[in-house]
Design a protein around this ligand. Structure first.
Ligand SMILES: Cc1cc2nc3c(=O)[nH]c(=O)nc-3n(C[C@H](O)[C@H](O)[C@H](O)COP(=O)(O)OP(=O)(O)OC[C@H]3O[C@@H](n4cnc5c(N)ncnc54)[C@H](O)[C@@H]3O)c2cc1C
Length: 241
């Protein structure tokens, strides 16, 4: 295990490819499909960070092999199960796969290659997400201690996709329908006093603007992690900003 800085830990894992099979499919809300995979290869699955990612490798409707990044939303090594939540969007091989899949379908999961463990003991946390990073934020909310002050801003295509989270009781959650409103919400907020950590993930241009606003608010860049989970007009895009 290698430590960078005082509090952040990076843990690396040997890269493994696991063959899995769809066990069951749920629709948490209209815009999301939660797929639970099973398979004996999952018995040693590890993911220590809420924003870890795996490569989801599957066959599209034309028979091509496709790879996309997804968050291990939940896993249970004893039951050899892993759940991924797919945000549905208009046109995309992974989104289409999730919309149409059912029990028995096979896929491959590679990774995670490692985890970045962001400490929990800050005075406050701000989490900013769109639909693509909502699964990571949902996992973070389940893992944070109950008494930590947490503010969450989430963009979903329709407010019908709002949901309840298992979360610290002091959490404030605000939902919006556009990336412009997500950026504006960050612009208009007053950051709480004390040392806080900010995590933002989502569409490339939106998270770039959010990072600029946070730096203008003089939030230290060491105390934020901003990641583009996708980019309008580009397939399979991933960039740490
Ligand atoms: C570290 C990481 C973790 C991620 N975890 C998740 C996760 O848990 N759940 C999840 O749903 N996504 C997650 N994503 C995002 C996901 O990998 C992308 O959305 C991916 O591009 C979807 O693949 P696709 O085949 O459906 O679309 P692609 O073939 O990649 O793209 C086709 C078109 O759809 C657009 N597009 C792609 N994604 C979206 C979107 N979310 N909304 C609207 N338009 C889009 C593209 O701009 C492109 O024009 C994660 C990404 C990263 C980098």
């Amino acid at each position: 295990m290698e430590t960078i800085g005082r509090e952040f830990k990076r843990v690396r894992f040997e890269l493994q490819r696991r063959t899995v099979e769809v066990a069951h499919v749920e629709r948490p809300t209209a815009g999301f499909v939660a797929v639970t995979f099973k398979g004996s290869d999952l018995q040693n699955f590890q993911s220590l960070g809420f924003d870890d990612h795996i490569k989801f490798i599957f066959t599209n409707a034309s028979g091509e092999t496709i790879k996309r990044d997804y968050t291990p939303r939940a896993f249970n090594t004893q039951n050899q199960e892993l759940t991924i939540e797919f945000a549905l969007h208009d046109q995309g091989d992974a989104s289409d796969w999730a919309r149409n899949t059912g029990p028995g379908e096979q896929a491959v999961i590679a990774g995670p290659k490692g985890s970045m463990i962001i400490p929990e003991d800050f005075d406050w946390h701000l989490l900013v997400a769109d639909s693509s990073s909502l699964p990571a934020v949902a996992r973070r909310l389940e893992e944070l201690p109950l008494d930590v002050k947490t503010i969450v801003f989430i963009q979903v295509d329709h407010l019908e996709n709002r949901r309840d989270f298992k979360r610290p009781s002091s959490t404030i959650i605000k939902w919006v329908e556009s990336h412009e409103d997500l950026v504006d919400m960050v612009k208009e907020m007053h950051l709480p006093t004390g040392e806080g950590f900010i995590w933002a993930g989502g569409e490339h241009s939106a998270v770039l603007q959010i990072r600029t606003i946070l730096l203008e608010k003089e939030h230290p860049k060491e105390l934020m992690k901003v990641v583009a989970y996708w980019k309008k007009g580009a397939a399979d895009f991933h960039e740490k900003i």
